[in-house]
Design a protein. Structure first.
Length: 127
């Protein structure tokens, strides 16, 4: 007879489970960075071309795509998504009574056709 395997049920946020400070922000940044990386890859952009489009340096794009997000704020990541032609929306609504008080973060990608916008040079985003 085999011994049962011990396990712990996840909270749904790996950063909270690992004891990371500000786990909701860490999860949001990871979700935003993943979406940025996917968009860059889907467009077949090199890191150098992505950097030019985003107004970033190639080393910063490399860090972002490898998940090294220290130095990237949520606001900065949202600006990068906008530079990639994405619409970023923040929703605020009352918390249901049965949900414990805690910041909840969700990133949802809506892939719907967007009108073509006139291209313009991206401006340099502050670090």
């Amino acid at each position: 007879m085999s011994k049962p395997i011990e396990y712990e049920v996840s909270s749904g946020n790996v950063f909270a489970d690992l004891g990371v400070a500000q786990p909701e922000e860490a999860l949001l940044k990871a979700d935003l960075a993943l979406t940025i990386s996917q968009l860059i890859e889907q467009r077949g952009l090199t890191q150098k071309k992505a950097a030019a489009l985003l107004g970033e340096t190639q080393p910063h794009v490399s860090q972002l795509m490898r998940g090294q997000l220290r130095g990237f704020s949520v606001e900065r990541l949202m600006r990068l998504l906008v530079a990639l032609g994405q619409e970023v929306e923040v929703s605020i609504r009352p918390r249901p009574a049965d949900v414990p008080p805690s910041p909840r973060v969700a990133v949802r990608r809506l892939d719907r056709a967007r009108p073509k916008l006139r291209a313009r040079r991206p401006r340099k985003l502050p670090a």
